[in-house]
Write a protein of this length. Structure first.
Lengths: 80, 114, 253
């Protein structure tokens, strides 16, 4: 059962990783990267690594998209 | 199955690099760097995994139960947080680049100005 | 070099890199058959020697605490870098964004967002403190709990306006907290030297397994790292927001 979960999680991580790269617009990429972070969290959880999963969920799903959005806001509406 | 996680780690490394090379927007480029970092986390945790083992937390299981490797998890854990902070630094650099050259396209950012 | 030529060159290089990387990975032990001795040794001795039940935290803050000190200073340096890069430069000045929006006003935040954000601030702070304090007993620790605490301040910004965030977390206080957190780790290590042993040796009383005040220096180091990571992320956030909302080019007259 655990093996099937690991296989599924690995395949989804590979697919969504490709999705992150192929999404060219940074605004859409922020959402996709948040989803990628959560999938990585699930993958680490299935690999019996709860510490790393907690870290990845908190950072990859919350802090990273937030910083992308802030950088975009500065670039779009910024200095004339 | 015994080689599949390593294949996924190598795949993430290569498409992350592809994203960096063919990017047309500095912010997209920095996010692709995060995909490359994710490949290192997957590799580290795949090395330390052991079938039918518990996580290395002995709060409720007795001490002798077979557990996965805690050393690679410690490495991956600080790696994740530091990776996010370094990405923040790169975003700040991208913002400054845009302020000076009014463009985020790496192909148009070639000349040095004194 | 044209874009197509660059992509072709990269694909050739990527195939070569992929082959080398897969060949290197083939030399590792099979997935699921971890062989190495150190993980097993640490799992066996952490609880008897140091009274810590979370072995990953033991590795991070006790057995390899010196490496974590280095990583913490990477974090510190990156936050300083962001602060330096985004402070107002010589030809800019800080002005309120509303000066440039004659006759327009920012869309008011919807009430649903405000209510949800305000409701979640309290539980988020408590969860963050719980994760930081129990780092040596269950999965968690200073790094994860610190980011959760920073998220609580993001919720304050979402629930109100930027000025509320500035009032809740004035910049000077946040900078002082970050310095205390960063320096605290190094200073706690000095306790080992004072006791006549190596730097960062675990010399405080070890307590009983499973209690909050067990494991000597590790809970104190967890608290200081949690403070530093939370203050660092809040500083990054405030710097980016300051850039977006306050800094404008000086008008060329």
């Amino acid at each position: 059962m655990n093996t099937a979960l690991q296989l599924a999680a690995l395949t989804m991580v590979a697919a969504v990783g490709l999705g992150v790269v192929l999404t060219r617009d940074p605004l859409r990429q922020a959402v996709v990267v948040s989803f990628f972070g959560m999938l990585l969290g699930v993958l680490f959880f299935v690999f019996q690594a709860p510490d790393v999963a907690l870290s990845e969920i908190v950072v990859g799903a919350v802090a990273a998209p937030l910083m992308i959005l802030l950088a975009l806001a500065k670039v779009r509406g910024g200095a004339e | 199955m015994s080689f599949y996680p390593f294949v996924v780690a190598a795949w993430l490394l290569l498409i992350g690099l592809y994203g960096v090379v063919t990017s047309r927007n500095l912010i997209h480029l920095i996010v692709c760097m995060q995909v490359v970092q994710a490949s290192t986390y997957v590799l580290l945790l795949s090395i330390g995994f052991r079938h039918d083992a518990v996580p290395p937390v002995f709060a409720e299981v007795p001490v002798g139960t077979p557990a996965v490797d805690p050393v690679v998890q410690a490495l991956a854990l600080t790696d994740v947080v530091v990776g996010a902070t370094v990405s923040a630094l790169l975003f700040a650099l991208a913002v400054q680049v845009h302020k000076r050259s009014h463009t985020l396209d790496p192909a148009r950012l070639s000349g040095l100005r004194g | 070099m044209s874009r197509q030529a660059r992509t072709m060159l990269f694909l050739v290089g990527a195939v070569g890199l992929g082959v080398l990387v897969l060949w290197a990975y083939a030399g590792l032990p099979d997935f699921g058959h971890y062989k190495g001795p150190y993980g097993d040794i640490l799992n066996a001795v952490s609880v008897p020697e140091r009274n810590i039940t979370d072995v990953v935290t033991a590795v991070n803050f006790d057995y390899r605490g010196f490496d974590t000190l280095g990583e913490e200073f990477i974090l510190f340096a990156a936050v300083i870098g962001v602060a330096i890069l985004l402070r107002a430069q010589r030809d800019e000045e800080e002005r309120e964004a509303t000066e440039f929006a004659f006759g327009r006003s920012a869309p008011r935040t919807s009430d649903a967002v405000r209510v949800v954000a305000i409701t979640l601030v309290g539980p988020t702070v408590v969860t963050g403190l719980y994760i930081v304090a129990h780092g040596h007993l269950t999965p968690g620790g200073g790094f994860q709990g610190g980011v959760v605490l920073a998220t609580a301040l993001v919720l304050v910004y979402l629930a109100g306006e930027y000025v509320f965030l500035r009032r809740t977390a004035p910049l000077s206080l946040v900078e002082v907290c970050e310095a205390i957190g960063g320096g605290g780790f190094a200073v706690i290590g000095l306790a080992g030297l004072v006791a006549g042993l190596a730097y960062m040796e675990n010399v405080f009383p070890l307590g009983e397994v499973g209690r909050l005040n067990s494991a000597g220096t590790v809970p104190l180091i967890n608290l200081s790292v949690g403070l530093e990571v939370a203050a660092g992320f809040v500083l990054i956030l405030v710097e980016f927001l300051e850039q977006t909302l306050m800094v404008r080019l000086k008008e060329r007259t």
